[in-house]
Ligand binder design. Structure first.
Ligand code: ADP
Length: 301
């Protein structure tokens, strides 16, 4: 559905995409992950023909981009990071007006509205004004709007940022429905649990380059120890220097917590005496641990 080969993109003197290659197969959910400024949005904008690459080859939905970007975009749905619904129109009108941009007939768009509103859980809101919708409803409407042209591929830029947990779960549920229908999803997200839950494969990008592409489970198995013990509380530094560092395969301090990555957590847990002021949380390693290992814990702008 999407082939990207040796993509390069420079803004002024800075190369923000540095030779990126990946492919997204039909029917899969592919996550593009990376800290702020990694080059994710620029990569996706190039894929959609909204930014022109300096070099490289892109094929989207069987069509070369940018040469046939407009035709390719007609086969694609895009959910931008920030909802840009038109406040002058009702919920139903927003869907129809958007479809008209693709050259679809008014009648055809109107015939799709009931199905799309049902999908978004907004059937009783057809005539509501946009300003009366909650954040979760707006997100679901933006998702429904991206489906007006019945696209094979959906691009979603941080689909659940700013939503409360209930609304996030509802969006995940809808995305799974779309995947079950055989559609392809390409998303960016800062939520590693979201990526782990939805994506068949993820690419981790930093400083304009792809660091790895794999399934979340394979990444966790390949890149990181299976168990993490988070230790915090009184006497942390003393324990960390004396025992923590030695008993973990890998350990690092972040704020007031020691993250200890272990093959076997028992010796480390035994070193924390119950009467000390230390607290320990033992858990399975997850995609966020991999992400932090590969891209570091430093803050990005
Ligand atoms: P991400 O989506 O991973 O946060 P972006 O692709 O938005 O990263 O940005 C990558 C880098 O390119 C950043 O340093 C950003 O400031 C820069 N950049 C993005 N768009 C432009 C632009 N239109 N003009 C100049 N610099 C840009």
């Amino acid at each position: 559905m999407l082939h990207v080969e040796s993509l390069h993109k420079r803004y002024d003197a800075v190369e923000v995409v540095r030779g990126v290659s990946f492919a997204v197969h039909a029917g899969e959910c592919f996550g593009l992950l990376g800290p702020n400024g990694a080059g994710k949005t620029t990569t996706l904008r190039c894929c959609l023909g909204l930014a022109s690459p300096d070099s490289g080859r892109i094929e989207l939905a069987g069509l070369p981009v940018p040469a046939k970007a407009r035709e390719a975009r007609a086969r694609v749905g895009v959910v931008p990071q920030f909802d840009n619904l038109d406040p002058d129109f009702t919920v139903a009108e927003n869907l129809v007006v958007f479809g008209r941009y693709f050259g679809l007939s008014k009648r055809h768009c109107e015939s799709r509205v009931p199905h799309l509103l049902a999908f978004a859980g907004l059937s009783d809101k057809a005539n509501a004004k946009i300003e009366s919708l909650s954040g979760g409803m707006k997100r679901r409407l933006t998702l429904a709007r991206a489906l007006i042209n019945d696209p094979q591929v959906l691009f979603l830029d941080e689909p659940t940022t700013g939503l409360d947990p209930q609304a996030r779960h509802l969006v995940w549920d809808r995305l799974k429905t779309l995947l079950n229908e055989g559609r392809t999803i390409i998303l960016t997200t800062h939520f590693m649990d979201e990526a782990q839950r939805l994506c068949n494969r993820v690419a981790i990008m930093d400083k304009g380059a792809l660091m790895t592409v794999s399934s979340p489970q394979q990444l966790i198995e390949r890149e990181i120890e299976p168990v993490v013990v988070e230790v915090y509380g009184d006497g942390l530094m003393h324990w960390y220097e004396r025992s923590g560092k030695r008993l973990a395969q890998r350990a690092e301090l972040a704020g007031d917590t020691a993250f200890c990555y272990c093959d076997d957590a028992e010796p480390l847990l035994r070193s924390i005496s119950p009467e000390s002021g230390l607290r320990a949380l033992r858990r399975a390693a997850n995609l966020e641990d991999v992400f932090l290992k590969l891209t570091g814990r430093d803050l990005r702008d």
